[in-house]
Write a protein that binds this ligand. Structure first.
Ligand SMILES: Cc1cc2nc3c(=O)[nH]c(=O)nc-3n(C[C@H](O)[C@H](O)[C@H](O)COP(=O)(O)OP(=O)(O)OC[C@H]3O[C@@H](n4cnc5c(N)ncnc54)[C@H](O)[C@@H]3O)c2cc1C
Length: 423
């Protein structure tokens, strides 16, 4: 008779959850737990999480709890970093083994290491489309650029099939966990801004609804490559990132939906392009696994490149950037949208990042930290990976990317509609 514990992290789903399936196969009795970790929730400036993301995460947990309850289980809530709170919980409940999904980023990996030193721990990889063991090269030989990575991967392509959700969860405990509210966690409730085009809720039910709506009902996938650089409205891109970041959707289930869609409506450049973007996500996850803490350092994975110094008024420049008060109205509009809604388009992200790095001459990490706090879809690997890429200290073969903001505004917001909306 083995009693175990499964600790949910950024894998807030019952379906296609490899670590959960392994835990259920191994344990006769399984406790299901979520930890409100201090490193995320008790941060001092720069903060780690904004109200927008906190709301989305709480909604994701509510959805997960409902699904667990429906299968006869209970989700328990603990507080504190997992290397402290999980061993305490295990001791109290007589659990002998802990299962969790392995994350890709350095801080999460450090916590995993600390936990496994204290209690028997089984870590199972699941956040990527391609399982790291199925890569056609050893992780330590990850190609330096995305193009090299993609070409190698596409030659030898294996995506493991999605796993079904468990049929029942007879986890121990009759008491319902008390999920803290936004107010309990020290946030104020904000009403949704009527201009916001991110009106979605957290949780796999809403994530699946978005897949149905965007992909199947509206068939937006067929024209995704043409619309993906848009800036206004809810449908120019999939918005899957927020559910992928919390793990309410898995990249493999999106891949399977795309493949089914291609059978029904035909494959084209757009259907391929969504998979191409999911490969970018994978690339940044593997890059984080390989380079560890380097992706959070100012010269990233190229410490040999020349260090850039910030101007004396760096604080003031950064303050204007994050509050949408620079000399550039297009940048300001994007920064206002982010602050007010927790969302910004990919086009916007590239432009405001280039402006911070090249025009304001600031350390890219200031921008990355601000994004970390503000973005609903914050994912350490995609965020720091993209910022590094643009700064010239990441995986880009070019030494930095400069975007001509006037040209960008003229191309992507020719009538100034977006800029006016968020000015
Ligand atoms: C400076 C900067 C910071 C970013 N920070 C994040 C972040 O914290 N979290 C995050 O998920 N994405 C981040 N991105 C990548 C990208 O902007 C978002 O994934 C995308 O805008 C999310 O919207 P979507 O789901 O509608 O994307 P879609 O265009 O519909 O793409 C589908 C999926 O592909 C993946 N994807 C697309 N573009 C990228 C990319 N450039 N890098 C990695 N994955 C990608 C995402 O998982 C996305 O959900 C960042 C980009 C930049 C330039």
């Amino acid at each position: 008779m083995q009693t175990g514990i499964f600790c949910f992290r950024n894998d807030l789903r019952l379906h296609d959850n490899q670590a959960l399936s392994a835990a259920l196969d191994t344990c006769d009795k399984l406790h299901l737990v979520y930890a409100f970790e201090d490193r995320l929730w008790k941060g001092s400036a720069p903060n780690r999480i904004s109200t927008h993301r906190a709301r989305f995460l709480l909604e994701s947990l509510q959805c997960l709890m409902k699904q667990i309850n429906r299968l006869g289980g209970r989700l328990k809530i603990v507080h504190g970093n997992i290397d402290i709170s999980i061993p305490q919980f295990m001791h109290k409940h007589g659990a002998e083994i802990c299962f969790l999904s392995k994350e890709s980023a350095w801080e999460e990996n450090k916590t995993e290491e600390a936990l496994s030193k204290v209690v028997p721990t089984t870590l199972i990889s699941s956040p990527t489309l391609i399982h790291p063991n199925d890569l056609p090269f050893a992780l330590s030989e990850l190609p330096e650029t995305f193009t090299q990575f993609r070409k190698k991967v596409e030659k030898n392509w294996t995506v493991r099939p999605c796993l079904s959700p468990p049929e029942s969860l007879n986890s121990d405990g009759t008491t319902h966990a008390n999920l803290p509210t936004l107010l309990d966690l020290g946030f104020t409730m904000n009403s949704l801004d009527p201009r916001s085009c991110f009106t979605f809720h957290g949780g796999s039910s809403s994530g699946k609804k978005r897949v149905k709506d965007w992909l199947w009902d509206k068939q937006c996938l067929s024209s995704y490559k043409l619309t993906r650089n848009g800036m206004t409205g809810p449908d120019f891109s999939s918005r899957f990132s927020a559910w992928l970041a919390t793990g309410s959707l898995s990249p493999r289930e999106i891949y399977e939906e795309i493949k089914k869609y291609e059978i029904q409506y035909g494959a084209n450049e757009s259907t391929y392009w969504l998979i191409f973007e999911l490969l970018w996500r994978d690339f940044f996850h593997f890059l984080a696994r390989v380079h560890g803490s380097k992706i959070f350092q100012s010269r990233g994975i190229h410490p040999e490149r020349e260090k850039r110094l910030e101007p004396d008024d760096a604080e003031d420049r950064f303050d204007k950037w994050k509050n949408g008060r620079t000399n550039n109205p297009f940048v300001n509009a994007n920064m206002n949208e982010l602050r007010i809604t927790g969302w910004m388009s990919n086009r916007g992200r590239q432009n405001v990042a280039s402006y911070l790095i090249n025009n304001l001459e600031l350390d890219w990490r200031r921008g990355a930290q601000w994004f970390e706090e503000q973005l609903i879809d914050y994912d350490p690997c995609s965020n720091y990976g993209n910022w590094l890429y643009l700064s010239g200290f990441g995986s880009d073969p070019q030494p930095g990317r400069y975007f001509n903001l006037e040209k960008q505004a003229a191309t992507y917001d020719p009538q100034g509609k977006y800029t006016n909306t968020w000015s």
